[in-house]
Design a protein around this ligand. Structure first.
Ligand code: XLS
Ligand code: NI
Ligand code: NI
Length: 443
């Protein structure tokens, strides 16, 4: 259990340590399923998930939208001095994170301190807030899951960062990445993320896609080489997303990113950071994206959230659908877990969720739904015929000519001969409804 770390001022007053109380508890501020030391399939829940709090949504997201002003009025924004304000915000962040007993956090450079248009000033600010963060981490035991640079908000990135047609902009993006990697290394960050919000295009009429993608790959190589040279041992993640803010983003989905990494010889250092709402925007289920990454040995980390079935954008709501999360946990457990990463709540409370308790309910619900889903998925895998039913569908490839085919020993002519000799195949049920019922039986 992390110890609560407060600054000089307590920001979340009247809220103490959130604890596990079990399913009989009626306390809305207690975990009912997330019991960090409970062992599931050989690992504690804490190790399976490595839950992380996303700095940007929780401590910067003001609730402002294109139609309205901020609704989340943060007390820590009162100071007019940027570093003072950053420190107060960090006090609030660590108070929240430790009260929630979340073991990790994630940030973009500009989440932890305001950036300017002056590179040297920015580097000074980043260094100062890194020293403060390091102290907070040491006091609390909270760790950095990943760091990243925001290469999409500043107006200079309107035509892209690493894929910008103007080399000068690319150099500024590199400068930010260097400082964010330095901070990540200094803070013992376990991974480093690239999400390319503007790495894509708005119109093909003005875009040389081939050249932009080549620049992107070269940028990633250059950043990776710098980090490795400076002792970074962690994994780099790419976070796929199909669109928004770009009309088309080059990191469209898991398959696309894996193909890109393979083409540009980056597979050795990079894995995927998959986000639920990005999967659904790409027209996939999250389970699909997880399976694609797991099959390629590239399941690195998760940005947990959910979209809205009636909306077509990244609404970043906290996860709460048990069926969806159980299906994701089936993939997680069957594939041996996340490689290096954890479960970062890249999710925000709604604009009209204005009680300070709302942030607690949101994370609590998210952590509990994952824990509950993990327990259910584990039971399905150990106490049901789920795996057997799936593998039996492929039994014809386990022996005889099917196995020969898998070993590349059959020609097209031999396949024809087999078809003639064996006549019309018997229909084999996919048993979809049986399996859907099986999942619900365990829920
Ligand atoms: C936006 C992305 C972003 C990344 C980090 O849609 O999810 O939050 O996770 O840059
Ligand atoms: Ni994300
Ligand atoms: Ni997102």
């Amino acid at each position: 259990m992390a110890k609560i770390i407060k600054g000089q001022q307590e920001f979340f007053k009247g809220i103490g340590q959130i604890k596990f109380e079990g399913t009989d508890s009626q306390n809305p501020l207690a975990f009912r399923w997330y019991n960090e030391n409970q062992i599931v399939s050989g690992k504690t829940m804490k190790e399976h998930f490595k839950f992380a709090c996303a700095y940007w949504h929780s401590f910067n997201g003001s609730g402002a939208d294109p139609f309205g002003e901020p609704t989340h009025i943060f007390e820590w924004n009162k100071s007019s001095d940027p570093l003072e304000r950053a420190k107060l915000k960090m006090d609030a962040a660590f108070e929240f994170i430790t009260k929630m007993n979340i073991p990790y956090y994630c940030f973009h450079d500009c989440d932890i301190v305001d950036l300017t248009n002056d590179v040297l000033e920015n580097e000074k600010r980043m260094k100062a807030i890194t020293i403060y963060a390091k102290q907070k981490q040491q006091e609390s035991g909270v760790k950095l899951l990943w760091g990243t640079a925001n290469l999409f908000s500043n107006k200079r990135y309107m035509n892209g960062a690493a894929t910008n047609p103007d080399f000068h902009v690319l150099a500024h993006a590199a400068t930010q990445v260097k400082a964010a990697i330095d901070a990540t290394i200094e803070l013992g960050g376990e991974n480093y993320v690239f999400w390319g919000g503007r790495e894509g295009y708005m119109s093909l009429l003005n875009t040389n896609m081939k050249r932009e993608k080549e620049h992107f790959a070269k940028f990633l190589h250059t950043a990776k080489d710098y980090a490795r040279k400076n002792g970074f041992k962690g994994t780099f993640f790419i976070e796929p997303k199909p669109c928004e803010p770009s009309k088309h983003q080059y990191d469209y989905d898991a398959e696309t990113v894996i193909g890109f990494l393979r083409q540009y010889n980056l597979l050795g250092d990079f894995k995927l950071n998959l986000e639920v709402n990005h999967a659904t925007l790409a027209g996939h289920t999250f389970q699909h994206e997880m399976q694609v990454a797991a099959d390629a040995g590239m399941l690195g980390s998760i940005d947990a959230n959910r979209g809205d079935n009636q909306n077509g954008w990244d609404t970043d709501q906290f996860p709460n659908n048990i069926n969806d999360v159980v299906e994701a946990m089936l993939v997680l457990l069957s594939s041996g877990g996340l490689q290096g990463g954890g479960i970062n709540f890249d999710a925000k409370i709604r604009r009209n969720s204005t009680d300070s308790l709302d942030l607690f309910y949101a994370h609590l619900g998210g952590m509990d739904i994952f824990a509950r889903a993990l327990l259910i998925a584990d039971k399905i895998l150990t106490n049901s015929d789920y795996h057997v039913t799936r593998s039996q569908r492929y039994a014809s490839f386990d022996q005889g000519k099917g196995a020969e085919f898998e070993k590349s020993n059959l020609t097209l002519d031999e396949l024809r001969t087999y078809a003639i000799e064996n006549g019309e195949p018997k229909l084999q049920s996919g048993k979809q409804e049986y399996l859907e019922n099986l999942i619900n039986r365990f829920i």
